[in-house]
Design a protein around this ligand. Sequence first.
Ligand SMILES: C[S@@+](CC[C@H](N)C(=O)[O-])C[C@H]1O[C@@H](n2cnc3c(N)ncnc32)[C@H](O)[C@@H]1O
Length: 222
Amino acid sequence: MTADSSPSPAVVDALEPYVAPERIARIDGVLNQRLASICAVMEDVFDPHNVAACIRTCEGFGLQDVHSITNQHGHRISSTVSKSADQWVDIHRYDSTQAGVEALRAAGFAIWVSDLQAEKTLDELPVEGRIALVVGNAVDGISDAMREAADQRYILPMHGMVQSYNLSVALAISLQSIVPRRRAQLGVAGDLDPQRRWALRRRWLELSVKNADVMRRVLEAR
Ligand SMILES: C[S@@+](CC[C@H](N)C(=O)[O-])C[C@H]1O[C@@H](n2cnc3c(N)ncnc32)[C@H](O)[C@@H]1O
């Protein structure tokens, strides 16, 4: 889903009466907790189940943006694992690590890479500014290009016999470290700017109306 696929304001005004008040309250409550200043990046994650698990994790933590870089593999999401979480977030796709890094930098994100070769732990890093958290794929991990682009690299300490977490678990542990710190800094749960919040609200309302696509076509044809 991308934010620019929102329906027109007139169509949403017409659809809103068809959405239950409890549903509208839920949408507004979740939007109030949406974070745009932290995002997640999957580098070359090719297993659709892992992609879906990461998206579901991000959505649950209240992130709005998930970036998917594929150097060698296509972008595929398992809908049984995502539980439709991909409907509620914006997924940004890139064909190379360089393209992803450039876009994230242009959007003002510092690049924090979870990396088994790192020495610092995440808890040692100060949570400042916009942060993109990167996880690598299950086989190769993080690429050298991403490692070089990183503003920070961190390791999640492990205490068992296996050497790494599943990447969606690594992402969840990372988010559990930095999201509460960001929310404490903000003093509120979310930081969407008003324009984006409004566009998302329109999109989510449309997602909440049964047969909205049919109604939308009828309304737009009037
Ligand atoms: C299954 S691991 C990749 C293992 C891969 N064989 C390697 O050597 O990196 C998938 C991704 O999850 C993240 N990850 C998993 N466990 C981690 C840990 N203990 N510390 C930091 N990142 C971790 C990293 O981003 C890693 O690239």
